[in-house]
Design a protein around this ligand. Structure first.
Ligand code: 13P
Length: 337
């Protein structure tokens, strides 16, 4: 694979309906996932689990990039080859999460900012040498009483732009992830308004710092009802409002938008993506960068047991194919069987 520019890397990741497997859970988050299947989160189990996903047949043709955590990008497969080489062999590009998590903004609002800019340049150089072609930074925005505040949005989007600039100087594609959380009882229109403010601010900061938009991927939330909102918007409403929000705020020359799943069910995440691609009317590739919505079924099938690896790989491969179909707008419920 010879990909010479940031734009070529970005376009490859989302080519032909391919999307991204987000497997970059921090040590704390992967422990939470393993707790649900009564499996100890030690280095060997984390390796076994992630190698199982990366070796799945469904990686080929469906997954264009895999986001890794620091531990994983340096880990070897059971046969001694690097996990990076396993991913490349499947036709996907390795990427790396480079943010260092959240800390509270000191105004008592409960809002947060994302950390990790201090030594980012140095870490980028190290990851580039290991083979990373792209990176991810996640900013988190909450909806609630009087929030998100302008200050929280501005500070987080400014940091996302600074991150993107440093990453591009280091010859990797930045995935910019401003996640408006679905936690809460807000309705879909409140999500629309928060997401719209966030995206406006993000692209203003990116343009301000001279970030190459053609060498960037956006990883947004969909515009959906809060998880405890009594009236949940249906698939068509989510698809239409998400598209409207993106068309109003995202430049056309961005090569790809890859959604996070954010706690949606596997089928909802697929159905929403498919509905948007069926509607069409945009230039970017609209695809997926799912963590939970790609892994949940495989995790529950695996249960930490070697004898379940084949069926867990089949479960993962199925979701990868379903989401590729959604990215092409050719999925339907019958494909699930
Ligand atoms: P989910 O799809 O589980 O939200 O994870 C995607 C991700 O990378 C969050 O940062």
């Amino acid at each position: 694979m010879s990909l010479n520019s940031l734009n070529e890397i970005a376009e490859y990741i989302v080519s032909d309906g391919k999307g991204i497997l987000a497997a970059d859970e921090s040590t704390g988050t992967i422990k939470k996932r393993f707790d649900t299947i009564d499996t100890e989160s030690n280095e060997n189990n984390r390796r076994t689990y992630r190698e199982m996903l990366f070796q799945s047949e469904g990686m080929k043709d469906n997954i264009g990039g895999v986001i890794l955590f620091d531990e994983t990008i340096k880990q070897n497969a059971a046969d001694g080859s690097s996990l990076v080489s396993v991913i490349l062999k499947q036709g996907a590009l390795p990427g790396i999460k480079v943010d260092k998590g959240l800390s509270p903004i000191e105004d008592g609002s409960g809002e947060t900012v994302t950390n990790g800019l201090d030594d980012l340049d140095q870490r980028c150089k190290e990851y580039y040498k290991i083979g990373a072609k792209f990176t991810k930074w996640r900013a988190v925005i909450n909806i609630g009483d009087g929030i998100p505040s302008d200050n929280c949005i501005d500070e987080n989007m400014s940091r996302l732009a600074q991150y993107a600039k440093i990453v591009q100087v280091n010859k990797m594609v930045p995935i910019v992830e401003p996640e408006v959380l679905m936690d809460g009882s807000h309705d879909i229109d409140q999500c629309y308004s928060a997401t719209s403010r966030v995206l406006k601010s993000l692209f203003a900061h990116l343009v301000d710092l001279g970030v190459d938009i053609e060498g960037t991927i956006l990883k947004p939330n969909m515009v959906i009802s809060g998880s405890t909102c009594p009236e949940q918007a249906g698939v068509q409403e989510v698809a239409k409002k998400t598209l409207k929000c993106l068309i109003e705020n995202v430049p056309e020359d961005l090569p790809g938008i890859t959604f996070l799943s954010g706690g949606q069910s596997d089928i909802d995440a697929t159905a929403h993506l498919d509905a948007m691609n069926k509607i069409g009317g945009f230039k970017w590739k609209l695809s997926f960068s799912y963590g939970r919505a790609l892994q949940q079924a495989a995790l529950k099938t695996w249960m930490g047991k070697d004898e379940n690896i084949h069926s867990a790989q089949a479960a993962f491969s199925h979701r990868a194919l379903m989401n590729k179909e959604a990215a092409l707008g050719i999925w339907n419920k019958d494909s699930e069987n």
